[in-house]
Design a protein around this ligand. Structure first.
Ligand code: HEM
Length: 218
C-alpha cells in the first residue's frame, strides 16, 4: 500500500523549519547580504570540501546498493568543482592550509559513517546537500558572483554549476521519484527523515562556527 504523503513530500516538510533556520542563520544572511569578505566565502568553501569528500569517497562502494545505489549519479559530484574553486580562491597551495572546523569534522564523520554502515542514512545526507545545491545553491552563486566579482559560472563558483545537468527542475523531479520509490519500509523511512534533520543540524552547526569566526563588528 502506498503511504501518504509521498516520501519526498514527507522529507521536505519535516526539514522545512530547519531549512528556514539554515537559510536565515547569521552567517548565511551576512554572506548573502554581501557583508562578508572573500576570506569568509573561501573558508566556507573549504568546509564544503570536507563534506563532499565524505559524500563522494563513500559513493563508489554504494553504487550497487539497492537503497543508496540509484542516488549515486556522477553528474552530481562536486569535489572536482570545489577543488577548482579552492585553487582560484586560495592559490595552488590550497591543500596545505585546508583545515576543517570541529563542526565540519563532526559533519563529515557522520556522512562517512553512514556511507560505510547505513546506506539509507547516506541517502538522507545526499538529499540534504545535493538537492539543496540544485535549488538554493543557485541563489548563493548569483550573490557570490555579484559580491566578489567571479566570472559568471566560472572559477570560484563552479561548485554551484552542474555542467552535466541541463534541466535542474527535471532532475529534481526525477530525484523526488527516486525518493518516493526508495527500497525502505515505513520505520526505515522515519529513520531517514530523522537523519535528514540531523544533517540540517550539522549544517547549522558549521554556519554557527563560521558566524563566530567571521563576526561583523557592530
Ligand atoms: C541561504 C541559503 C539557502 C537558500 C537561499 C535556499 C533556498 C532554497 C530554495 C529556493 C529551494 C527551492 C525548493 C524548490 O525547488 O521548490 C531550496 C530547496 C532545498 N534546500 Fe535550500 N536554501 C538555502 C540553504 C540550504 C541549506 C544550508 C541546506 C542544507 C544543507 C538546504 C537544503 C535544501 C534542500 C534539501 C532542498 C530541497 C527541498 C525539496 O524540494 O525536497 N538549503 N532551498
Amino acid at each position: 500500500m502506498d503511504s501518504f504523503p509521498s516520501f519526498s513530500t514527507l522529507i521536505r516538510t519535516a526539514s522545512h523549519e530547519q531549512h528556514v533556520e539554515a537559510e536565515t542563520s547569521t552567517f548565511m544572511s551576512d554572506l548573502l547580504g554581501g557583508r562578508l569578505g572573500l576570506d569568509a566565502y573561501a573558508r566556507y568553501t573549504e568546509q564544503l570540501w570536507f563534506v563532499y569528500e565524505a559524500l563522494e569517497a563513500g559513493a563508489g562502494a554504494l553504487t550497487a546498493d539497492p537503497v543508496a545505489g540509484p542516488f549515486i549519479r556522477p553528474e552530481l559530484f562536486r569535489l572536482g568543482a570545489l577543488e577548482r574553486d579552492l585553487e582560484h580562491l586560495r592559490g595552488a597551495g590550497w591543500r596545505s592550509t585546508l583545515e576543517p572546523l570541529p563542526a565540519t569534522r563532526a559533519y563529515a564523520q557522520r556522512v562517512a559513517e553512514c556511507a560505510r554502515a547505513w546506506p539509507a542514512g547516506y541517502v538522507a545526507h545526499h538529499y540534504t546537500r545535493y538537492l539543496g545545491d540544485l535549488s538554493g545553491g543557485q541563489i548563493i552563486r548569483d550573490r557570490a558572483e555579484r559580491t566578489w566579482g567571479f566570472a559568471k559560472k566560472g572559477d570560484g563558483v563552479r561548485f554551484y554549476v552542474f555542467e552535466e545537468i541541463a534541466n535542474p527542475a527535471a532532475f529534481k523531479r526525477g530525484y523526488r521519484d527516486l525518493l518516493d520509490t526508495i527500497d525502505a519500509d515505513d520505520l526505515e523511512k522515519q529513520r531517514v527523515v530523522a537523519e535528514c534533520k540531523k544533517a540540517f543540524a550539522l549544517n547549522t552547526d558549521v554556519f554557527r562556527a563560521l558566524g563566530e569566526e567571521f563576526r561583523l563588528s557592530a
